[in-house]
Design a protein around this ligand. Sequence first.
Ligand code: SF4
Length: 335
Amino acid sequence: MQEALYYRKLDDNKIQCELCPWNCILSIDQSGNCKVRSNKNGTLITEVYNKVAALGSDPIEKKPLYHFYPGSAILSIGEVGCNLHCNFCQNHRISQCEAKQFSGFHNITSKRIIKEALKTWNNIGIAYTYNEPFTFYEFMLETAEKAASAGLKNVVVSNGYINQQPLLKLLPFIDAFNIDLKAFSDDFYQTYTKGKLNAVLKSLETIAQSQTHLEITNLVIPGLNDDLAEFEKMVKWIAEKLGAETPLHLSRYYPQFKMNIEQTPLETLNSLYKIAKKHLQHVYLGNVSDTERSSTYCPGCGAVLIERNRYKTELNNLSAEGTCKTCGSQANIKL
Ligand code: SF4
């Protein structure tokens, strides 16, 4: 049993978890909204420590991260649990189930994960992904700290729903984030995810200010978050607060979990792509086969820097410093 971080004791053996904006108050034997942190006799424990539900080597482009060591592999781990409850969750089998009811865990220590990462071909580090990594915060923090000491990179793929203090503690060990910005409307967040938009925006600003590499994913759902004016507000906010060089991945939605709206029409993705390109240097279409709009172009002269076809990546015109060989412009690429 592993005691969790970030909680305080209240009267009558109740406790308050302070890891994420839910700030759940838990009576004895009660679990939080994420279903993986519980009150055991007045102590907050994490039920997702020294174990994984999934572990495998993925192309870094699958996270998706297009500007962070393109063409490399990353050992990816995930658990169960999530602190948002999206009707359209693309990973609901592990994210929306209780730790107590899950039978597919493999016991593993952070030391063993690092050993695996060090011997995996073409591997740059460890990605905390598949379910929401902030819900296995303690195991992630411990692994990331040790992995950084071993010279590995740490990558977090997350919904960004975390309180500031734990985020600030984790930041020095993380090299790159991909954060889901699901919409630019609090109404959307409250109705379809049960979370709040402002907390996610705050996390994005904190990460951007820390200079940690950041990319954003926006899953486009027809009729729910594809309003052109609202979308333009979102990309303007990204450009102004996080920087116009922040890569944005527009991902095609397919019906999943509790949502049966039809998949995103390609015309919608094309319209949003054009709007985003007015304000941001690097915009990509995901979950579709589109070499043109999944390749990276120089923001200075337009030369193709990285050509992508699904997970096949070719570095064409990049210097070792990640600048364009033709005109020398920076393209916000870590190599
Ligand atoms: S991490 Fe889990 S238990 Fe803690 S506040 Fe968030 S939802 Fe509640």
